[in-house]
Structure formats: structure tokens, C-alpha cells
Ligand binder design. Structure first.
Ligand code: ADP
Ligand code: MG
Ligand code: ZN
Length: 469
């Protein structure tokens, strides 16, 4: 196994974040009732003419600018001809000769992956496989949704690198507001080209392509399976056939689908219905100015200006929703270190994944931290308040009344010690009684009486139990 290099090139499709479809004014919206978001253009009825959505072109330019692509000054649309039931026109409007973006790159930890191009095309409808009696139904809602296709050079050398590449690409598209990349909705899909060659050899091996993978996990597993399959063939003296294979995630294997098609099989030709698109340099510069900070730039700012560690800033920028949240808390309470500590510990241990919406508003978190700073509540109480807000949906104002000025920590412990010391009979009672819980409640009652109800009850009980042992 060690004697082979793995070579991978990716073709990544992402649905763009526009309001309407790419060649008609139907809504670009997921999850609608089947075939309710369609019109003569996006189902390809005779005589219907496409009109280009300018926003979609802008988003592809924007994506390209975040990855250092060259933006063509003239982009052309071609028809890619093939029949499949989810493509009613029997051709897809796509780009071959003059895509919107050329070149560019994404930097990984240990290498740079060069991009070949990014172009704009339309998504196809969706086949819904039902029972044998019903058969397969077609939902054309997705047909005509703007799709950006990014093609890499074969610069990726392992399944880990492929996942790292996709993670960084996804981050960029989300940060730039180009795409939402909701993988569970098919918003980011990937064709994986894999070949192997003798270690160090200059010549690339024969590749196979696995289409339409929609999770990082299946990309990872598909690459490793396919590389091993090819190595085994070569080791046994065989040759790898260039073909399109289907990755079967349930059985963890790829199976042959068809002989690989080449671009000439599709009989591409310029779409006579589509004008070539001129992209003036002023437009490119205008779009460049709208680019927000990318995650790597934000990380740099967090480290250099806020004094955070590389680790902290890496986590905070992994999901845009999280870095937006962090930035917003800071706009109310400008103490990056403290805010980071709370987010990385107390908050993130209460969410399932980093992109989940955080169940305390940035302004409430800021207020809570201010209460701690002003010593109105103890740190321990603040943690409890946070848990009650995030887990039970309680309101900060109400909790503030309950906790503010409460007795906690060392002071509370000292108080419990005094009460226990001053009541040896009750202590004896607790240890010998048949109903020790009753005596225990008497002690908590004493603590509440002494503090006029302002003791941290959980902690008080903990101390009492400990001291009564
Ligand atoms: P097509 O459009 O016919 O699939 P392309 O030449 O555009 O062909 O390549 C598609 C993808 O395959 C690109 O990402 C490219 O980097 C990758 N690729 C090309 N040759 C190889 C190879 N020998 N091994 C692995 N990937 C390859
Ligand atoms: Mg391909
Ligand atoms: Zn339409």
C-alpha cells in the first residue's frame, strides 16, 4: 500500500443563495410541495425562454474572489445535452468554454489546492422513488435552482485532505453569503475523481469518478475504498478502467455504473437563447468591496487584536453563525477573553453542534457577564442562570431577581458550618433518625432563614450533606 500515491480531483456543486431560480422567476426554496415551484421555463416547455438571474452571476464572482480566481470578462452559456427524467429539456444550461471564474486556489494546512474553474449552471429536478406499485415520481421544484460548480486540479492526495478542502470551501461559501451548503438538503454535493500511481511517478493513473456524494463522511470512505480497489487491481496485474462508479454508502463499496463519458459525448454548443455575459471590471471591484472577512482573516484578528489562542480562534470561526454570535456579544461587552471562555466552555457544552442556534441572545449573555463583573452574582450562580436560560428557556430578568445578591461560595459554606456547629442535637438526630430527610430539610430551612432566601439552594444542600456526613 505504501508504494502508491493517491490522486484526487473534486467537482463540487453548491446551490446558490438567491431568492429566485437562475433562468426564471420561480422561487429558489427548499421543502415546498412537489411541483409547485415550476413554470414553463424551468420545466422546458416549447417556446419558453430563459432570462439570466444577475444575482446568481454575482454570487459566483463573489465565490471566485474569495479564492483568488480570475474573473473572465465574457462568460458564455452552453447546452449540455443528455436525457434523464429529472431534466425535462433534455439539456442543461451550463458553461464549458468561458466559465465565470478561472484558476484560483484554497490553502490547506500543508498544501495549496489549485482550482481549475468555477462555472454557473442549473440544477435538475429530483426523482422520488416510491413503492413498486407507484414507481418513481419526479419533483421539478429543484430544476433551475442556480448551481455553482467548482472543479479542482488533481492536487489532493488523501481522504483527509479532501475533507479538509471541502470544509474550507464550505466555510468560505457560507461566510461570503454565496451558499448555505446544507448538506442534508443536497445543498453541497461532490463528484470525486480518484486514481492511484506508483509512488513518486510523474504520470497520473487512470481515474474513476464517483458522482453526487452528499456528506463528508461518504467522501472520506469512498476515496479510501476506491483507492484500495484500484491498488488491488494493479497489484494483481490488471488495469483500472476509466468509468463512472456509484458509491453505495450502505454497503461501503462502489459499483460500476457506466463507461466514463467525456465532454464531447454531451455535444455542448452555445445556447442560442442565452446572450454572452459581459462582466465589467467595475462590477468585479464593486463586488470585491462587499466581501466580508473570511475565516482565516477573522482568526488572525482574534489572535492579534484579542489575544486569543490559535485553538480558541479556530473553534470560534469554524461556523459563521458562531463567529457572528461572538462578534455580537463583544459589541455589548468588550472583553474577548472572558466571552471566549464562557462560549468555549459553558455554552458549547450545551449545544449539539457548532452551527446550532445558541439559546441565549448575545445581549443577554453580555448582561450576564456584566453581572458577574459587577459582583452582583457569583460566577457559580451565573453558570446556573445560563443553564436555566439555555435549557429551560427562563428569562434573564427573572433569574437576576432570584440570584442577585445571593449568598454562595465560601460565605455560604462558612454559614453552613456555623449552623452545623451550633446545633449538635440536630446533627445527632440526623445521624440516628429514621427520617433523616426531615432533619436535613430543617437545616436547609435554617440556611434560608439566615440569608432571607438568598442562598444558592443547590450549593447549600451540597454543603449540608457534606458536613453532616
Ligand atoms: P470531466 O469533466 O470529464 O470529468 P475533467 O478533466 O474536467 O473531466 O476533470 C474532472 C476532475 O477530475 C477534475 O477535478 C480533475 O482534477 C480530476 N482529474 C483529472 N485527472 C485525474 C486523475 N488522473 N486522477 C484523479 N483525478 C483526476
Ligand atoms: Mg466530471
Ligand atoms: Zn420556473
Amino acid at each position: 500500500m505504501q508504494e502508491y500515491d493517491i490522486v484526487i480531483g473534486l467537482e463540487v456543486h453548491s446551490e446558490l443563495k438567491t431568492n429566485s431560480k437562475v433562468f426564471c422567476s420561480c422561487k429558489n426554496q427548499f421543502g415546498q410541495a412537489p411541483n409547485t415551484n415550476c413554470c414553463p421555463v424551468c420545466v422546458g416547455l416549447p417556446g419558453a425562454l430563459p432570462v439570466l438571474n444577475k444575482k446568481a452571476v454575482e454570487l459566483v464572482i463573489k465565490a471566485g474572489l474569495t479564492m483568488g480566481c480570475q474573473i473572465n470578462d465574457l462568460a458564455v452559456f452552453e447546452r449540455k445535452n443528455y436525457f434523464y427524467p429529472d431534466l425535462a429539456k433534455a439539456y442543461q444550461i451550463s458553461q464549458l468554454v468561458r466559465p465565470i471564474c478561472l484558476g484560483g486556489q484554497i490553502e490547506l494546512e500543508d498544501k495549496v489546492v489549485r482550482l481549475n474553474r468555477i462555472h454557473l449552471e442549473e440544477d435538475a429536478g429530483k426523482l422520488v422513488h416510491c413503492s413498486a406499485a407507484i414507481g418513481t415520481l419526479i419533483d421539478y421544484n429543484r430544476g433551475g435552482v442556480p448551481l455553482m460548480e467548482l472543479v479542482t486540479e488533481p492536487d489532493i492526495s488523501s481522504a483527509d485532505e479532501a475533507v479538509e478542502f471541502l470544509t474550507r470551501l464550505r466555510q468560505r461559501l457560507i461566510y461570503a453569503g454565496v451558499a448555505e451548503c446544507k448538506m442534508e438538503q443536497g445543498g453541497l454535493r461532490c463528484d470525486v475523481n480518484v486514481s492511484v500511481k506508483k509512488k513518486g511517478s510523474k504520470e497520473l493513473g487512470q481515474r474513476t469518478e464517483m458522482k453526487n456524494l452528499n456528506s463528508f463522511k461518504s467522501v472520506y470512505r469512498a476515496i479510501n475504498y476506491e483507492a484500495n480497489r484500484q491498488i488491488e487491481i494493479l497489484e494483481n496485474g490488471g488495469t483500472v478502467v476509466q468509468e463512472t462508479r456509484k458509491w453505495d454508502d450502505n454497503h461501503s463499496r462502489s459499483v460500476s455504473m457506466r463507461k466514463k463519458e467525456t465532454s464531447s459525448d454531451y455535444r455542448y454548443f452555445p445556447d442560442p437563447d442565452m446572450l454572452a455575459v459581459e462582466i465589467p471590471r467595475e462590477d468585479v471591484e464593486r463586488i470585491r468591496k462587499t466581501l466580508p472577512l473570511m475565516p482565516d482573516q477573522l482568526r488572525k484578528r482574534y489572535v492579534e487584536e484579542y489575544g486569543l489562542s490559535d485553538y480558541e480562534s479556530e473553534i470560534l470561526t469554524r461556523e459563521k453563525a458562531l463567529s457572528d454570535y461572538f462578534n455580537e456579544v463583544l459589541s455589548f461587552y468588550n472583553n474577548p477573553k472572558e466571552v471566549t471562555n464562557w462560549i468555549l466552555t459553558e455554552i458549547l457544552n450545551k449545544v449539539k453542534d457548532l452551527s446550532e442556534e445558541i439559546a441565549i441572545s448575545p445581549s443577554d449573555l453580555a448582561k450576564l457577564l456584566k453581572l458577574v463583573e459587577d459582583k452582583k452574582v457569583t460566577r457559580t450562580n451565573a453558570k446556573e442562570m445560563l443553564a436555566r436560560i439555555m435549557e429551560n428557556g427562563e428569562k434573564l430578568e427573572a433569574l437576576e431577581k432570584e440570584y442577585a445578591g445571593s449568598v454562595d461560595g465560601d460565605a455560604l459554606r462558612a454559614l453552613v458550618e456555623t449552623i452545623v456547629k451550633n446545633n449538635p442535637n440536630a446533627v445527632e438526630d440526623y445521624r440516628t433518625s429514621d427520617t433523616p430527610e426531615k432533619v436535613f430539610r430543617w437545616f436547609t430551612g435554617q440556611v434560608m432563614k439566615e440569608t432571607r432566601g438568598k442562598a444558592n439552594a443547590t450549593k447549600a444542600e451540597e454543603f449540608i450533606r457534606e458536613l453532616l456526613k
